[in-house]
Design a protein around this ligand. Structure first.
Ligand code: B12
Length: 259
């Protein structure tokens, strides 16, 4: 067996393991093109050549039960999905690490720059480049299998895994997410690859205002605040209606909702 075949089988075995642990979709992106997006810290990708993207789908009824605003159940399910994803990323990084590959799990839902609403790296960009799905009109990653009812996580590594390529955007003329958005935040503009920034796809302020409307404001301590003064932070920034509206989320066998 030559080296290429070795890495092909190593990649396949790793993907199978991640699926056994509970990942629904797994893909590998080349890290190089991902350097063109905002990263925190800016040199985050320097030691890494690959980014493994993992998606976990949420039970369809979580969205089926949302009427006009987020439900407390959705809030809990989404926190659970984050925990599952963080665990998957942790196990994946440890497995790669045991094989002597330098590997870093990126938390599922951590905001590192609270001013600009950025995480360390965009999981959506990684997932798109790893072929899990495309960037839809709702700005979210849409997968053929589960629509946008997936949450994502990333593991950065220097393992020479075999790279998957992006898939075609299948939104076409559909504007169901735009119609479903209670704040009129989705512009309904399509993209072949990805939006230049989030404002190309959305009136971002409207989305945030809608999320805040249904959020609970908690007084928490910001890590950056040396005086330990309480800093108001929004803790329940979820909506879910653009996810519910996407026809791709309802298609898979066994996921059919009552509507
Ligand atoms: C901060 C944050 C928010 C903020 C800001 C959202 C935003 N649109 O940026 C708020 C609180 C408003 C929010 C809301 C929501 N969020 Co949020 N959020 C995040 C977080 C933590 C960071 C996002 C970030 O860093 N953005 C920075 C910018 C630069 O990147 P971006 O906006 O993601 O997208 C750009 C790139 O993807 C780029 N791109 C795409 N492909 C490529 C390829 C290349 C080569 C390059 C260079 C660029 C590129 O194009 C985009 C436009 O520039 C991520 C977790 C994470 N680390 O990714 C979750 C995340 C994006 N959120 C998620 C979700 C589900 C939501 C909500 C539905 C509510 C919820 N929590 O359930 C809403 C949906 C709003 C919407 N329709 O967009 C999911 C998305 C899953 C999916 N299927 O796509 C994520 C990935 C969390 C997760 N672990 O799954 N979120």
């Amino acid at each position: 067996m030559n080296e290429t075949q070795n890495y092909e089988s190593y990649t396949n075995v790793l993907k199978e393991k991640i699926k056994e642990w509970g990942g629904d979709l797994v893909g590998v992106a080349d890290a190089e093109p991902l350097k063109a997006q905002p990263l925190d810290p800016p040199d985050l990708l320097e030691p890494f050549s690959r980014a493994v993207s993992i998606a976990v789908s949420l039970p369809w009824a979580t969205f089926g039960e949302i009427k006009d605003k987020p439900t407390l159940i959705y809030e809990n399910v989404y926190q659970t999905a984050n925990r599952v994803l963080d665990e998957l990323a942790f196990k994946t990084a440890k497995t790669l690490g045991n094989d002597e590959f330098y590997s870093l799990p990126i938390p599922a839902s951590q905001v590192t720059d609270e001013k600009n609403w950025y995480g360390a790296i965009s999981h959506k960009a990684v997932a798109r480049m790893a072929g899990l799905g495309w960037q839809g009109k709702n700005l979210l990653l849409i997968t053929r299998q589960y629509g946008s009812t997936v949450r994502l996580v990333t593991v950065l590594t220097n393992a020479p895994l075999v790279v998957d390529g992006p898939v075609e955007n299948r939104c076409g003329k559909c504007t169901l997410c735009q119609k479903a958005c209670p704040s009129g935040a989705i512009r309904g503009v399509g993209t072949k690859n990805h939006y230049i920034d989030r404002n190309e796809a959305m009136f971002f302020d409207k989305c945030v205002a809608q999320l805040k409307k249904h959020s609970i404001m908690l007084e928490t301590y910001s890590l950056k605040d040396e005086n330990r003064e309480p800093t108001p932070t929004y803790h329940k920034l979820i909506c879910g209606l653009c996810i519910k509206a996407c026809p791709f989320g309802r298609k898979p066998k066994g996921r059919a909702g009552k509507e």
